[in-house]
Design a protein. Structure first.
Length: 233
């Protein structure tokens, strides 16, 4: 599963490619590669164009990142580590389950707007035919799924403490699988612009929101909320 990396105005291609220290140079390259990936996709990604946008000699990209695939993985990591940290902090907060679900929905919209969802989808698609990239990309995807599973396990444990025990088929692993695979499918549909499915996605997200509000109400021993129709909250 955010704000995009800080994007700077590209430097002139005639600028000294070695100006500034190495961390600043790497950051300019990562920023430029992020923009290119989001706007043009992995297949059309050009190291020379990234270098031009970053205001560096293209050989400097090879010096810092060794290969195009390593560059795109580090672009992913530059954003993904912050997003995973954001997600972990949200799950560890004191809010109820419904509040955390609402936060996850808000995070998703931010990630969609920033281009991160497109970035991740581009690398996923490219990984099908690129074993080397797949080897690097897959652990990043699984790290997010692991985070979701951990949150679900904590939620199920909290429910049991409050006296709500789910039937045996509904294990944390099953529930986490539903959540993560639904979310990934929704991401691809949104990126493809499948407008017909947006209302269904919203209804599905709202249904889970209502369910979690009901569980929160039960845990707090307050009246359960009435069903609310549609609309993103």
């Amino acid at each position: 599963m955010a704000s995009r990396p800080a994007i700077r105005r590209p430097l002139s291609a005639t600028s000294n490619p070695h100006a500034g220290d190495a961390p600043q140079t790497r950051e300019r390259i990562l920023d430029a590669a992020f923009r290119r990936l989001v706007s043009e996709g992995y297949a059309a990604l050009s190291v020379r164009e990234i270098a031009k946008d970053a205001g560096v000699n293209h050989a400097l990209i090879n010096y810092h990142f060794r290969s195009k695939d390593q560059l795109v993985i580090e672009v992913l990591d530059a954003v993904n580590q912050r997003l995973l940290s954001r997600q972990a902090s949200m799950y560890a907060s004191d809010g109820g389950f419904a509040q955390k679900w609402a936060s996850a929905r808000r995070f998703y919209q931010e990630d969609l707007d920033s281009g991160f969802v497109r970035l991740q989808a581009e690398l996923w698609a490219a990984s099908f035919s690129n074993a080397g990239l797949r080897e690097k990309f897959l652990p990043r995807l699984l790290a997010w799924k692991k985070l979701v599973l951990g949150a679900v396990r904590e939620a199920v444990a909290a429910l049991e403490v409050d006296g709500t025990k789910l039937p045996p088929p509904f294990t944390p692993e099953v529930i986490a699988c539903w959540i993560s695979e639904f979310w990934l499918g929704m991401e691809f549909a949104d990126l493809l612009g499948v407008k017909e499915e947006r209302a269904q996605h919203r209804a599905a997200l709202d249904a889970v929101q209502w369910l979690l509000e009901s569980l929160d109400a039960k845990a707090a021993r307050i009246p359960q909320p009435a069903v609310r129709s549609g609309g993103r909250r």
